[in-house]
Design a protein around this ligand. Structure first.
Ligand code: GUN
Length: 288
C-alpha cells in the first residue's frame, strides 16, 4: 500500500482563510480586531523562527500581533509583570509564552499566570482540567490541528484504536484527551512502554510525538493505519547540511500506512492555523 499524503499545508491555508473571513466580519460588524501577544524569552533559534512565523501569519489574517522579545536573563518578576499587563490589555485576546523558557524561570508558574480566557495555547491548569472533563476550554493547538486532520481524513473516529506515542503536556496528554472525546480507544505509550512496536501495530491511528528522529518505522504500523507525525527534528544529511524529519521514518511508514502526514508540511502548519483560530475564539468569547 502507498499511503495517501495528508497535506497539512493546504489544509492549514484553508483554515487560515476561514479565520481571515471571521476576522473581517468581526471588524465590520462589531469593530473588533482580535489581537495575539507572543512572548519570547531568550534567543533560542528554533523559537525565534516559530515566533516570526506566528507574527507574520497573525498579520496576514488581519489580526493584531504584539511581540514581546525579552532577554534570556529576564527575571520571573519582570515576566509575570508583563503577563499581568497583557491579561489586562483589552486589545490582547490571546497570550502565548513561547516554550521552552530559560531554566531559571518556572514554566508552570508562568503559564498559570496567564488569564485562562486568553490562554490560546490551552496550557493553563484550568484549561487542562476543562479539556479533561469534556468542558468548553482552550484546546492546545498541535493536538487540535492533528484531530482536525484525522476527522477530515477518516470522518467519524468513534471506536477506532489510537496510540499516542509521547506523554508531554503540550501534545501527548491533550491529544489523548481529544481522541477519547471522539470515542477512540486510546493508549498513551512512552519511553517505558514494553514492546512499543507491538502496541502501535494494533492501532488504527498512530500519533507520534516523542521528539526522536525517524523512530517509528513501517514495521510498527498496521497496514492501512493513519499516521500523524508531530515530530520536527533537524538531522545531518550524509552529503552535508541538515534537513527536517519527523518522528516517523517517512518512506517505510508510507509504504504500509493508509495515510500519513509529511514533515515538513503536515502538523506544523496546522498548529499555527489553530493558534489563530483559538485567538478568534478567545476574542468572540471575551465579547459575547
Ligand atoms: N514550543 C513548542 N511548541 C509550542 C507550543 O505549541 N506553544 C508554545 N507556547 N511553545 C511551544
Amino acid at each position: 500500500m502507498t499511503a495517501t499524503v495528508i497535506d497539512g499545508k493546504a489544509f492549514a491555508a484553508k483554515v487560515r482563510a476561514k479565520v481571515g473571513e471571521h476576522v473581517t466580519r468581526l471588524k465590520a460588524d462589531h469593530g473588533l480586531t482580535p489581537g495575539l501577544a507572543v512572548v519570547l524569552v531568550g534567543e533560542d533559534p528554533a523559537s525565534q523562527v516559530y515566533v516570526r512565523s506566528k507574527g507574520k501569519m497573525t498579520v496576514e489574517v488581519g489580526m493584531a500581533s504584539f511581540e514581546h522579545k525579552l532577554p534570556a536573563d529576564t527575571s520571573e518578576d519582570a515576566l509575570l509583570t508583563l503577563i499581568d499587563q497583557l491579561n489586562n490589555a483589552p486589545e490582547v485576546h490571546g497570550i502565548l509564552v513561547q516554550l521552552p523558557l530559560p531554566a531559571h524561570l518556572d514554566s508552570d508558574l508562568v503559564i498559570n499566570s496567564i488569564a485562562p480566557a486568553k490562554d490560546v495555547d490551552g496550557f493553563h491548569i484550568s484549561n487542562v482540567g476543562l479539556l479533561g472533563t469534556g468542558q468548553k476550554s482552550m484546546v492546545p493547538c498541535t493536538p487540535l490541528g492533528s484531530l482536525m486532520m484525522l476527522r477530515d481524513h477518516l470522518g467519524d473516529l468513534s471506536g477506532k484504536s489510537a496510540v499516542v506515542i509521547g506523554r508531554s503536556n503540550i501534545v501527548g496528554k491533550p491529544m489523548a484527551q481529544l481522541l477519547l472525546g471522539d470515542s477512540c480507544t486510546v493508549t498513551i505509550a512512552h519511553s517505558r512502554t514494553v514492546d512499543l512496536p507491538a502496541v502501535t501495530r494494533q492501532a488504527d491511528i498512530v500519533v507520534a510525538a516523542v521528539g526522536r528522529p525517524q523512530m517509528v518505522t513501517g514495521d510498527w504500523i498496521k497496514p492501512g493505519a493513519t499516521v500523524i507525525d508531530v515530530g520536527i527534528n533537524r538531522i545531518d544529511k550524509p552529503e552535508g547540511g541538515t534537513r527536517l524529519v519527523g518522528d516517523c521514518d517517512y518512506d517505510s511508514c508510507a509504504a504500509v500506512a493508509g495515510a500519513i502526514t509529511p514533515v515538513p508540511g503536515g502538523v506544523g502548519p496546522m498548529t499555527i492555523a489553530c493558534l489563530l483560530a483559538n485567538t478568534v475564539t478567545a476574542c468572540c468569547r471575551a465579547n459575547a
